[in-house]
Design a protein around this ligand. Structure first.
Ligand SMILES: *[C@@H]1O[C@H](CO)[C@@H](O)[C@H](O)[C@H]1NC(C)=O
Ligand SMILES: *[C@@H]1O[C@H](CO)[C@@H](O)[C@H](O)[C@H]1NC(C)=O
Ligand SMILES: *[C@@H]1O[C@H](CO)[C@@H](O)[C@H](O)[C@H]1NC(C)=O
Ligand SMILES: *[C@@H]1O[C@H](CO)[C@@H](O)[C@H](O)[C@H]1NC(C)=O
Ligand SMILES: *[C@@H]1O[C@H](CO)[C@@H](O)[C@H](O)[C@H]1NC(C)=O
Length: 172
């Protein structure tokens, strides 16, 4: 009897700690790594500005890498903001921060990633989503412009920018 009470208490404690951890605690990853950023601005108003980049979440629970991209008409100010857009690996999504695009060498990226963390609880309570963001600055990129007005900015191949994780939720 004593044993079973202790066991029930232990169970309750575990459940309680799992529930409270759901919104407050974060595993081991502190940031994602952003590489291979490439932005392009066309010469013609009828063409699109484009961005593509690679993002890696090195959290040992997932350790995954994907590419993300977007495009919008030049001069439209209609760069992606608000709702997240899927990346190639659909467990990742990205969007510019609100008012987060100044020009092709100065913008703020937001990325989210969903994956399973068994320590959060049994399925389906083992899904977590982490959110990271980072500023990309002219100093991160090599830019070239052509007389036509088109321009490209790229990360050097050895450039990695850390995007700190600022929020975690327990279920999408
Ligand atoms: C993460 O994945 C990369 C490449 O897929 C691999 O080289 C690395 O050892 C992995 N790291 C961990 C901690 O599993
Ligand atoms: C330009 O961007 C818009 C908005 O994302 C998209 O609907 C359209 O297909 C793109 N056009 C080209 C030529 O990529
Ligand atoms: C942009 O991403 C989509 C979805 O992942 C992919 O199908 C497409 O090939 C990508 N486009 C470029 C130019 O990388
Ligand atoms: C882009 O915006 C940044 C920040 O305002 C500025 O320092 C930089 O000169 C701009 N680059 C171009 C090509 O306009
Ligand atoms: C990248 O490589 C260049 C040329 O080898 C070097 O000057 C630069 O310091 C490196 N940058 C980083 C972030 O390692």
């Amino acid at each position: 009897m004593l044993f079973s009470t202790a066991l029930r208490c232990g169970m309750a404690l575990l459940l309680h700690s799992a529930a409270s951890r759901a919104v407050t605690e974060r595993f081991t990853g502190a940031y994602y790594e952003v590489t291979n950023v490439h932005t392009h601005s066309p010469s013609s108003q009828s063409d699109n500005v484009t961005i593509e980049f690679t993002v890696r979440d090195s959290d040992p629970l997932t350790n995954s890498t994907t590419t993300c991209n977007g495009s919008w008409p030049l001069g439209s100010n209609a760069y992606p903001t608000g709702g997240y857009l899927p990346c190639a690996d659909l467990s990742f999504a990205w969007v510019f921060a609100d008012n987060g695009f100044t020009n092709i060498s100065s913008f703020t990226l937001q990325v989210e990633h969903s994956f399973k963390d068994p320590s959060m609880g049994p399925p389906p309570y083992d899904q977590v989503t982490t959110f990271a963001h980072t500023d990309i600055k002219p100093s991160n990129m090599d830019c070239v412009g052509a007389a036509s007005g088109q321009a490209d900015c790229k990360f050097p191949s050895n450039e990695t920018v850390e995007a700190p994780i600022w929020a975690t939720i327990a279920k999408r």
